[in-house]
Design a protein around this ligand. Structure first.
Ligand code: NAD
Ligand code: UDP
Length: 314
């Protein structure tokens, strides 16, 4: 048994990590400031005596004694990370420095949840880890994209300079139960809109692509990476099956049986045109690849939102 810190532990992905770690018998410290996370995501873990919830903002230092750190605190939806961009970059820069300082002091292994956004609006397709990306440093997405790029730099520098034991994963669009109803990312937006019979909001012409990974597959990859020796990454974790946003909208309408119509809205500035992970490295180093196809993952996610929406209507 070890003592594990999960920053952003009350968020979408973080809550699955807390749950899995408790199931494996570890002691879990879940740290969150509840900006986008919620106690609902971890309420079922609260009466486990190995689970501890810490309300804290990672832009402030914290003294803890832990063996491992999953550093996932950061709003991930463009709507939320652009709400307070200065705070987003502080979370990525100061938050990551604080976690690396902690890891250095207590000699903990630390994993950074980086992102496919480090590739920006990519000119290389699909994206391999060697690609340095095409990122606008001064646009509305840069607080997140550049924030994560600096976070990766910090990880590498603490590793080279101070021998900190690090892991960097680049997560591609992941979806599933426990995304917030108001999360603002495409999968939850489309499902909630379809279930409510509202228009499906497609930004731009809908020909831009994304590759969607179901949460269980991602979690499997995260733990394989954390438990691997002699490989620090960065490694892409995502599902290589690529879809246009319009294809996603049509699939959600089909699976929900909704009468919703598609409504076209302007495309946000710097919205990447295409995105697909090359997962050759993850396959080779971690023996990992996603198993859950989009249709199946969407069905599970739709069932979740159906039950959430019926609760909120009561
Ligand atoms: P999320 O918004 O559900 O979770 C983020 C969590 O971090 C929330 O609980 C939030 O309250 C917390 N948080 C934010 N700022 C904080 C701060 N300053 N101090 C303490 N807690 C803070 O998002 P998610 O999808 O679960 O993403 C988790 C991580 O994975 C993020 O770092 C994100 O950048 C990364 N990621 C996610 C995806 C994806 O598709 N879901 C893709 C790429 C990268
Ligand atoms: N998108 C959309 N309608 C929405 C939300 C998002 O068409 O209601 C588009 C968005 O413009 C982008 C894609 O879906 O092209 C994925 O957006 P998301 O915010 O989920 O993630 P990211 O852009 O960070 O990959």
């Amino acid at each position: 048994m070890s003592r594990v810190l999960v920053t952003g532990g009350a968020g979408f992905i973080g809550s699955y990590l807390c749950e899995h770690l408790l199931n494996e018998g570890h002691e879990v410290l879940c740290l969150d400031n509840f900006f986008t996370g919620t106690k609902d995501n971890i309420i079922h873990l609260m009466d486990n005596h190995r689970f501890e919830l810490i309300r804290h903002d990672i832009t402030e230092p914290i003294m803890l004694e832990v063996d491992r750190i999953y550093h996932f605190a950061c709003p991930a939806s463009p709507v939320h990370y652009q709400y307070n961009p200065v705070k987003t970059i502080k979370t990525n820069v100061m938050g990551t420095i604080n976690m690396l300082g902690l890891a250095k002091r207590v000699k903990a292994r630390v994993m950074l949840a980086s992102t496919s956004e480090v590739y920006g609006d990519p000119k290389v397709h699909p994206q391999t880890e060697e690609y340095w990306g095409h990122v606008n440093p001064i646009g509305p997405r840069s607080c997140y994209d550049e924030g994560k790029r600096v976070a990766e730099t910090l990880m590498m520098d603490y590793h080279r300079q101070n021998n900190v034991d690090i892991k960097i994963i680049r997560i591609f669009n992941t979806y599933g139960p426990r995304m917030a109803i108001n999360d603002g990312r495409v999968v939850s937006n489309f499902i909630v809109q379809a279930l409510r019979g509202e228009d499906i909001t497609v930004y731009g012409d809908g020909k831009q692509t994304r590759s969607f990974c179901y949460i269980d597959d991602l979690v499997d990859g995260i733990f394989k990476m954390m438990n691997t020796e002699d490989f620090i990454g960065p490694v892409n974790l995502g599902n290589p099956a690529e879809f246009t946003i319009l294809e996603l909208a049509e699939l959600v309408i089909e699976l929900t049986g909704s009468k919703s119509k598609i409504k076209y809205l302007p495309k946000p500035q710097d919205d990447p045109v295409q995105r697909q992970p090359d997962i050759t490295l993850a396959k080779r180093k971690l023996n990992w690849e996603p198993r859950i196809p989009l249709r199946e993952g969407l069905e599970k996610t739709i069932a979740y939102f159906e039950s959430r929406l019926s609760q909120t209507q009561r």
